[in-house]
Design a protein around this ligand. Sequence first.
Ligand code: ADP
Ligand code: ASP
Ligand code: MG
Length: 417
Amino acid sequence: MRVYKFGGASVKDATGVKNVKRVLELTGARDVLVVVSAMGKTTRHLQEVVNHYFNDQDELEAAISAVYNFHQEILSDLFPQKSHIIYEEVSNHFKDLRGFLGRNKSPKYAFVFDQVVSLGEKLSSAILSHFLLEQNIKNTLLDSRQCIKTDSSYREAKVNWEVTQKQISQKVNKKGITISQGFIGADDNNFTTTLGFEGSDYTAAIFAYCLNAVEVTIWKDVPGVLNADPRHFKDPQLLHQISYREAIELAFYGASVLHPKTLQPLQRKEIPLYVKSFLNPLNKGTCVTKGAALTPYMPCFILKKKQVLISMSSLDFSFIMEDSISEVFKLLHKFRMKMELVQNSAISFSVCVDNTFNNLQELIACLKTTYEVNYNENVILYTLRHSKPEDLEKFTQGKTVLLKQESRETVQLIIKD
Ligand code: ADP
Ligand code: ASP
Ligand code: MG
């Protein structure tokens, strides 16, 4: 069997949902598990709901209504018959959301985030499943929370592979079409958890690994993996084939076309991953597999915006050694900072982090008790792989480089935005 993943961009409106049917038909997908993300920007809009819930309840109802109306518009295009059961199902999901927000006593942002934001995937999967049924494409809707079992690190839950494997083997029918949600799972108490932003790619990989799928295809609004981020570089080129290792490096340092955790489970079982255009589903796209680093061989340019560069030096003339560095790492872990790059010298230590969970000020306050601390917010981390010295020279012209690190195949630069 195969695993397909349709991201938010592929189901951002009614036309997108209709196109999923077209992709299934054109590619002759019969035995396939389809993982779907929330429609368009729903996840971000539901995050707004959570923010209003915590910060200004006056705006809460308007934020919920915006998400409701967005989905109603898609429904009225896909299901002209107003008596269709999907209308009731969607309304029930919103009743559940309001019920949860009314009852909830937990002050924990991450916990509430997961209970609320998971609505996006519940809606998209129900809508897609019913739409396909309407079009005479038989399918089963599977609640991925019955399969993807995790710990309780809300917003970035870790998968319990053993239990997940067991559940998937029991619950998934390898024949026919199954529709399920990306991004979400459940912990031991059956509370909903999420796997991190853009985590639906990872869900597809988890299912593929546990089902021994023959391949995974991720359907995107780009022709495949390009050698540069098309939003920031002119004329990016399509990479036809890349190795798992190359894909991991690109994804980890910001090629947001792939979620970094997706690759390792697939690599373990050598399951090929295709990244293809949902508009041109018969085009080859990119194949991530074992083998040559990249074909055709060319430099790759990726970037990660909104990073923070923190530099610290000791207050008391001591050197920054293993013991002090280990304390810094502990604090980074405590405040859930994602570390992208480190550099140290005898008396200073610099680290570039991603402030995903908004804990920067708390971290800085802690560091200041021991170090003199300087930090730059909003820096860009550029990663150049397989580049030549002349590429680098051209690239850095006119830019303020705050830090540079070079290894055989990779140059990383931290640049002021
Ligand atoms: P999804 O709909 O699955 O959520 P995303 O929007 O997260 O898809 O990912 C696709 C986007 O990733 C593209 O539209 C593109 O702008 C961006 N992107 C960043 N780096 C790359 C790259 N190297 N190759 C292709 N796309 C890239
Ligand atoms: N809907 C989730 C997000 O926007 C997961 C995903 O799209 O992969 O992050
Ligand atoms: Mg996305």
